[in-house]
Design a protein around this ligand. Sequence first.
Ligand SMILES: [Zn+2]
Length: 242
Amino acid sequence: MLDEQGRKILEVLVAHLPKVRAGKPETYLGYKKIHEILGLPQLRERWGESLKVQGLSSLAEWTKSNELPAITGLIISMETYEPGEGYFSLFNKSENIYEWWKGEIEKSKAFDWSPYIQEEFNLVPADLTVPDRKDITISRIIRDTPLSRRVKSLNNQQCQICGISIEMPAGKKYSEAHHIKPLGQPHNGPDIIENMICVCPNHHAMLDYGAIKLVASNLLFKPNHSISEEFINYHNEYIHKP
Ligand SMILES: [Zn+2]
């Protein structure tokens, strides 16, 4: 049985489904937005964690145990434009997660949820599909993963564009790893070392916002790290804004 909190979230999601386009997370709903629509208090520092204890976990588990479409993938973080990792791990997904996620949203749209809904939800404001400016400006996050640490150490924390290496306290150095063909929708770049470049924060921002072109022959390379030309071309064609 779906508990009342989970059902309320389901009602919001079902009401929103007609506006959803599968594979376009900008048409999905943020964790915080669900709080606002349902008037829920923020119980945890992170909105996703707060929603989990107020119906999200029970709704996700209910869809899983009844083999219904995984509709909770409609709720995403506005920082990453993805659902939390709990969504993929609950359904035991570690490969092709983006295709699986899109497929579940397509199934959710086609599915008749009416037997599980008590009331039609009419409180959804008309502008929900438009992310506000704030959501866009906080969407740039710097990931620190084992692979990004490897790219940085292979390059001795030196920016491959300008050669700067930022000195930190205690003899440490600072750099960032950038995915040249970005991860996630709509680019779906791979999380592999040939798609990554070690850069300083300035050049990282310029790459993210498409302010500069990448010229392979001008990049600084250390042994054991090569960048695939395919991704450099992708950046210059689709990310760089002349
Ligand atoms: Zn640099």
